[in-house]
Design a protein around this ligand. Structure first.
Ligand code: FEO
Length: 171
């Protein structure tokens, strides 16, 4: 059975994962309208993954005797100004999510909820990957500089395929 403090923290994380999904959905839509199909596709997949993260928290809270709260949709901020700034925001957001997950781990230790601490380890590992993926994309964008975004837009899809391969190796 979850104690109330842990339940509250997990429900707050439900909202953060839901917001991540909406944030990447907005970014995907922006990229699509701008004609960057590869970037849009990468972000649509990312948005779906975040929804799955949200679901994982919802299902876990309910399974452990808590009550998951489905949050209201918070509208992501303004339109993007350019691709590089957008991916900088992705990285910053993932670092924020990592910090939030770490706080839950710390709370689990303080509250001696070792079951949740063990369960949330999946997210600790996932965040390593999420930050690494965003960093990889930013490295590429820095290499390109003001160069050819058309090639990058095509390239980003092979990055997604490589992420899948990396994940398969890592598990
Ligand atoms: Fe669910 Fe990208 O953190």
């Amino acid at each position: 059975m979850l104690n109330k403090k842990i339940e509250k923290a997990l429900n707050e994380q439900v909202e953060k994962e839901g917001y991540s999904s909406a944030l990447y959905l907005a970014m995907a839509s922006w990229a699509e309208v701008k004609g960057m199909a590869g970037i849009a596709s990468w972000l649509y997949v990312q948005s779906d993954e975040e929804r799955l993260h949200m679901l994982k928290f919802i299902r876990y809270i309910n399974e452990r005797g808590g009550k998951a709260i489905v949050p209201a949709l918070r509208q992501p901020g303004k339109d993007q100004s350019n691709v590089k700034k957008m991916f900088e925001e992705v990285l910053k957001h993932e670092q924020f999510i990592s910090a939030s997950i770490n706080e839950i781990v710390a709370l689990c230790v303080a509250e001696r909820d070792y079951t949740t601490q063990h369960w949330i380890q999946w997210f600790v590992n996932e965040q390593i990957e999420e930050e690494a993926n965003a960093t990889k994309i930013l490295d590429k964008l820095n290499l390109i500089g003001d160069g050819n975004l058309y090639l990058f837009d095509r390239d980003i899809m092979s990055l997604r395929a490589a992420e899948g391969a990396d994940a398969a190796v890592a598990t």
